[in-house]
Design a protein. Sequence first.
Lengths: 343, 531
Amino acid sequence: MKISSHPESWMQVREAGLYCVPADAYIDPTAEVPRAIITHGHADHARSGHGHVWATPETIEIMKTRAYLSAETGETKLTYGTRHDLGGGVTLWFASAGHILGSAQAVFEYQGKRVVAAGDFKRHPDPTCAPFEVVPCDVFITEATFALPVFQHPPLEVEVQKLLRSLATLPERTHIVGVYALGKCQRVMKTLRLAGYEPPFYLHGALRKLTELYEGYGQDFGAWEMVSDIPRKDKHIFQGKIVLCPPAQINDRWSRRFESPLPTVASGWMQIRARARQKRAEMALVVSDHADWGDLIRTCKQTKAPDVWITHGRVEALEYALRKEGINAKGLNLIGLEEEGGS
Amino acid sequence: MEAFSQLLDDLYFTNSTLAKEAILSTYLRATPDPDRGWALAAIAGTLSFDMFKRNLIKTLMSERMDPYLFDLSRHYVGEMSETVALAWPQSSDPVRLNRLPDLHEVIAEFQSRDRAGIRAYLITLLDNMTPAQRWALLKLGTRGLRIGMSARTVKTTIAKMADVEIGVIEELWHGLEPPYESLFAWIDGRAEMPDISQVLTYSPVMLAHPLDEDKDLARLAPGTHQAEWKWDGIRVQLAAMNGEVKIFSRTGDDVSHSFPDLAGAADFEAVLDGELLVKPGDEIGSFNQLQKRLGKKKPAKKLMTDLPAHLMAYDILSLDGRSLKSETLTDRRKLLTTLIAGQDPNRFSLSKTLEWTDAAHLRRLREDAARSNGMIEGLMIKDKSSPYIAGRPKHQWYKWKRDPFLLDAVLMYAQRGTGKRSSFYSDYTFGLWSDAEDGKLLPIGKAYFGFTDEELKLLDSWIRSHKLQKFGPVQEVTKELVFEVAFDSAHESARHKSGYALRFPRIHRIRWDKPAREADRIEAVRALVGK
């Protein structure tokens, strides 16, 4: 088969996801494949069972921690900006995506054209990962998780103040904050420290390994302890303090060990009231790892890409808005990427 | 306004009723008049005016935002006010306020301004507010507040603050008006309890428990209990005093303006409890006919002549200024019988008591109700010695509805829900096969309840993986899933392609196992309801 230089012909959607034809490699595939390029460590992007994996060193470490890599898996670690010959005439390099530690945009260069698969990304400042880098390109492949005008993420500092105010006014309540183990947990802790919160954090077991991994990369979260290390009878210790756990645990049996718990969810979805109620949260912190509406459009324009392909999320809205800007946008209808997870 | 917005947020995000009561009473104690009274009215749903129309909000948004993006957003969020609150695009040259006005200032401003003034003021407020404050304003201004706090909980809170039984507040409530300054003066200990004896007001009604066939049937005997038809009209309370007549709905709304023909015919001083029906000739009209009279704020003369409003009375709460609530049902009924006998029989009739001998007889009567063409939905069985007690006292009144009708219908379209269910596909349109055997499904109804939260999740994911076309917010699905649909009655309808509309359709069971081609045909409706 003759492959022309137009990206449509060499970057395609297959059943397992986005596929770079000349390099015979998938990007964040949803099934086990021989050659996989992984943008970041969230479970809907990084999976186990691939033959060979290309990713940033941080992402490789995260995948190891989560047991996504076995002894048989080949790995190629590429730091941001390192150019790599992927074979078939394709050059691959990673640019930071600002989503979580190690998150990357995969940049493909082939026959003079450049395609950037951004993975998940955000533009709001995050003290726990490198900021998003704009890479000019011919085709920009973006997510659209929060692609509706109702999503205008407030600064994290403002959201964290809500939590600090509540701790001051309700010192008898145990503030249980539901956060994803990878990224959200560490970002919330770090932002709280920067806002001057000093007591130790109390962590659910599921958050330990990844927090230690972040610390291995030089992140400092101050003092934190495992909830399970504190004797059950000493539950007063948690009152007026912050306990962090996966979101599903805030109203689960696990949280019944605490005195007068105040279930809180930190997620981009919390902007919609009914979502917070669905989770039975009593406090909703709008904390998102994704670009909001304004940032999505701004970013697409900054890449100067004449073509934008949209992977998942609110595809219709972003496609429509970009076309109004004169950008040739289209939805790829990728399935398997979590609609409302990672957030 | 900041405090009010904070109050709504706190209430919205609090789960326990007790905690909600604590939040509300703390606010009511800490906030001066008249703001607290207006806040109470907003939460209890007793504001009598819109500060601005929903249409104005829509117009403002259509001027500021792409309508397609707005629609996508609204369907995603599940409701308009929150969508506007979140997506409000700031004016290019906004008027900046040094502080947000107090709640009563906001209300007074909106009430004193003309249309252009209301528009300008609304824009200024929205430009100066956070999303949460905008939400509070939009909900307040259009009286669309739903924060999971019932009127009952509000009254309980007030009763606790005043240190009285809730019954005292129930009696008082409908005689008071926002911003409730006399109520708060009494709660604060600065004044006596407000006197409402000269106010024509709604008295909370007595309600029935569903009859539990296993436990309750044995309690009943013709000597101690009377049976009546349960009419499928509109429960109302008609109150007449000093030449003034008011008709209240079951929830205490004044609906007199919709039924001036009935109100004008009342020639007595009494408070009656009964069923509002229409009586176009000698017979009671159908539900279809009654529906034409509902929701009309100023009914046309012709409509009132064609479909005169009628009260089927079954109880009397007071007569000539004397409360009868503590009398027995038998004694009240004697007085009611005499009163009705002196009224225009086209306007007032007495709900007749049914002869019955034993439980088997009652059961047969209940089955007769199913053949009444829908206007009788079952039996009411009342303890003859019962006083008239507001609320739902135990073992006094029973309702025994006939069984619902059942049909197997095929899911055709789904729509996302609102509120707690926003983003879930929770509204379902279903259809029956046409009689013509042409393989066409004809939509017959829509239901959004009858299933558990677990089933909702399953249905939602089924729909997501069986999508066909999308028509705006309406998602068409492959015609594969069968619902057993329960409904109370059916009537002919030109609006539905099937020719029928169902009353109170709900999902009775999800028939995951049943092939769609085995679902019912339209003729099944005809067979069931006998027309």
